[in-house]
Design a binder for this molecule. Structure first.
Ligand code: FAD
Length: 356
C-alpha cells in the first residue's frame, strides 16, 4: 500500500514510522526540510496528564508512554529525559519575590509558586532530533523521503485519490495524508478540509552547558512596558536551554523556509531571559527563531479520513501539543489507514467530518 504523506514534521515522520512498521510503503514529500518548521523550533516539552478531562486525554497519555518506549527501542538519542516542572511569576525590576520553591539558577525576582510536574509526569525531547530520528527509523523500515512540494491531488473516476502531483512529477498513491502543519490550509484547495491556521511563537536557544539541571519553568511575566507574556524555559540534555514566548498573529508565509521573527520580538525575549536567570543572561545565544503552531477553529486536532474523498486523510492542528501527541497520532492513523480502524486511541473526537 503506497501512502504519500505531505509534510515531514513530527506528525508526518511519526506516521511514516508507524505505517512502515505495519508493512505499508510511506513516501514522505517535504517542501523545505525535515523538521524545518515548528517540529524543529518548538519546546519539545511533554506532559502525561495536562490534557486530562479534555478530548485529548487518551491521545496525550498514549503519546507520553510512546515517547518513553520509542526512546528505549530506537538506537538514536534525541535528548529524551524526565524533568521537574515549576510555575511562577515575575516582572522587570522585581527583586526578592517570595515563592514556595527556590532554584539556584533562577533570578531572585522570579517567585516559583507551584510544582506543576514531577519526573513521573513531565519529560522532554529535542523536537528536531526526535523528528529526524523518527524519519530515519521509518526509512530503515522501507519509507522514502522526497524533497519536493506537494501541489495537488489527482483523483480517479470514482473521485478517490489516485496520485499526488509534486514539483517533480506525479506519485501514484493508494492514500494521501495531509500533515503540512499550518500549510495544511493550502490543501483546502485540493480537498474539502476545515480551515487550519498558524499562530506564531518566538524562541531563543542558549548554550548553557551543565549549569541548568532538568527543571522546566512556566512563568507569567510583566515587561517594563506593561506587556504580559508567558515564557517557557526548557533546559535540554545537549547542554542548551530553549526559551519561548511572545505569540503573534502575523500571516504564515507561503514558503516554510521564509518564517522569520517579528520585528522587536527577539529583543523583548532576550530582555525577559536576562531577567529570568543570571545563567541565561551570561550564556551565548545559539538561535533566534520563530515558528507557527497549527490551530483549528474548534481547538482540536484534525485526524482521520477526509469526508467524500476515498483514500484522503489529514493529521494536523495539534497546536501546543504537536510534539507530545505526534507518536499516538501516527500510530492510530496508521491503524486506520492499514487496518480500517484505530485500536490504540479512539480518534472520533478529531474526525474531520465532525467539523465539516
Ligand atoms: C513556539 C512553540 C513552542 C512549542 N512547544 C511545544 C512543546 O513544548 N511541546 C509540544 O508538544 N508541542 C509544542 N509546540 C507545538 C508543536 O511544535 C507543533 O504542534 C508541531 O510541531 C506540529 O507538527 P506538524 O508535523 O503538524 O507540523 P510542522 O512541524 O509545521 O511540519 C509541517 C511540514 O510540512 C511541510 N510542508 C508545507 N507545505 C508543504 C507542501 N506543499 N508539500 C510538502 N511539504 C510541505 C513544511 O515544510 C513542514 O516541514 C510548540 C509550538 C510553537 C510554535
Amino acid at each position: 500500500m503506497r501512502v504519500v504523506i505531505c509534510g515531514a514534521g513530527a506528525v508526518g515522520a511519526c506516521l511514516a514510522y508507524f505505517l512502515a512498521r505495519r508493512g505499508a510503503t510511506p513516501i514522505v514529500v517535504e517542501r523545505a526540510g525535515v523538521a524545518c518548521a515548528a517540529s524543529g523550533k518548538s519546546g519539545g516539552f511533554l506532559a502525561l496528564d495536562w490534557c486530562d478531562r479534555t478530548p485529548l486525554e487518551r491521545l496525550a497519555r498514549r503519546s507520553f508512554a510512546l515517547h518513553a518506549s520509542l526512546a528505549e527501542e530506537l538506537a538514536e538519542d534525541w535528548g529524551y529525559r524526565r524533568m521537574t516542572t515549576y510555575a511562577g511569576h515575575g516582572g522587570e525590576g522585581v527583586r526578592g519575590a517570595a515563592g514556595r520553591h527556590r532554584l539556584a539558577w533562577v533570578a531572585d525576582g522570579i517567585a516559583l509558586t507551584d510544582r506543576l510536574g514531577s519526573t513521573d509526569t513531565t519529560a522532554q525531547v529535542h523536537p528536531g532530533r526526535f523528528t529526524a530520528a523518527m524519519m530515519s527509523a521509518a526509512e530503515a523500515h522501507g519509507a522514502e523521503l522526497r524533497n519536493v512540494s506537494a501541489t495537488r491531488i489527482v483523483r480517479g473516476r470514482d473521485g478517490g485519490v489516485q496520485a499526488v502531483e509534486t514539483g517533480d512529477g506525479t506519485i501514484s498513491a493508494d492514500a494521501v495524508v495531509i500533515a503540512m502543519g499550518p500549510w495544511s490550509r493550502s490543501a483546502a484547495q485540493w480537498l474539502p478540509l476545515p480551515p487550519v491556521y498558524g499562530l506564531k511563537g518566538h524562541s531563543l536557544v542558549f548554550e548553557t552547558g551543565s549549569r541548568i539541571p532538568p527543571e522546566a519553568l512556566f512563568i507569567e511575566y510583566q515587561e517594563s512596558s506593561g506587556a504580559r507574556s508567558s515564557p517557557e524555559v526548557f533546559p535540554r540534555a545537549d547542554g542548551t536551554t530553549y526559551v519561548c514566548a511572545i505569540s503573534s498573529e502575523s500571516p504564515v508565509p507561503l514558503d516554510p523556509a521564509e518564517v522569520a521573527p517579528d520585528e522587536g520580538a527577539i529583543a523583548r525575549l532576550e530582555a525577559i531571559c536576562r531577567a529570568l536567570s543570571p545563567v541565561l543572561a551570561e550564556s551565548p545565544i545559539l538561535a533566534r527563531q520563530a515558528c507557527y503552531r497549527p490551530v483549528t477553529p474548534h481547538g482540536l486536532p484534525l485526524i482521520g479520513p477526509v469526508p467524500g474523498t476515498k483514500g484522503a486523510f489529514v493529521a494536523t492542528g495539534h497546536s501546543v501539543w504537536g510534539i507530545l501527541n505526534a507518536p499516538a497520532t501516527g500510530e492510530a492513523l496508521a491503524e486506520v489507514i492499514v487496518e480500517g480502524a484505530a485500536g490504540t486511541v479512539d480518534l472520533a473526537p478529531f474526525a474531520p467530518r465532525r467539523f465539516g
